[in-house]
Write a protein that binds this ligand. Sequence first.
Ligand code: C5P
Length: 239
Amino acid sequence: MKPVFIALDFVDAPTALKFLEPFKDVKPLSVKVGMELFYREGESIIKALRDQDIDVFLDLKLHDIPHTVEQAAKQIGQFDIQYTTVHSLGGSEMIKAAKRGLVEGAKKVGVSQPQLLAVTQLTSTSENQLHDEELVNVSMAESVSHLAKMASQSGADGVISSALENDLIHQTVSDEFKCINPGIRLPSNNVDDQKRVVTPEKAAEFHTGGIVVGRSIIQSDNPVQTYKDIYNAVNGGTK
Ligand code: C5P
């Protein structure tokens, strides 16, 4: 089944856990914890979620020298979480180091190792920025598919991508390579600051490996029902 990660973009644990209270009988339930919440609460928010048997995607987008990333990944590997992220722009040695760290950390405490997802180009990076600021002379599509291939060859289990890039990534890497897609909106929603958005149904048509949804669920009048509707749209079933 393809997970629908609810982006817990809240300022602190009490607010996030209160939001999740109506979801207590919803299974499976997957959430994404980002920098905002993790930097405030640290491991305690992860424990609180795992105690409720909620799958956790810890989105910290590591990007540093390989040794530092390996040591950080070793800590993350001990959290008993399901997914975490690095920036592929840190390079192949850094991605391999992240993978080693996750494997070692998980082994140390006897939990499953989190899947490693690589960010290719941030969806906030424009084609102009790529050319003018980073002096990258290939197109965004070429850069994204190249970075996805490099990430896969370095041990990443998948990438974070726009659903619109999934086909290209699958063609370049393999059909099995996981593309996790943010930038999801329901037809009735505002686009907000996201630029290239798709509906959950479209993401499924584009062979998504799972989607990340923030505001469409959090700001909904009935978050549990909206989560179930989105989960069904992505997985073609009834929940
Ligand atoms: O509210 P919305 O559905 O736009 O939230 C999407 C979530 O996915 C946010 O937590 C955002 O930081 C994250 N994200 C993204 N684009 C990426 C990577 C992560 O929107 N490329």
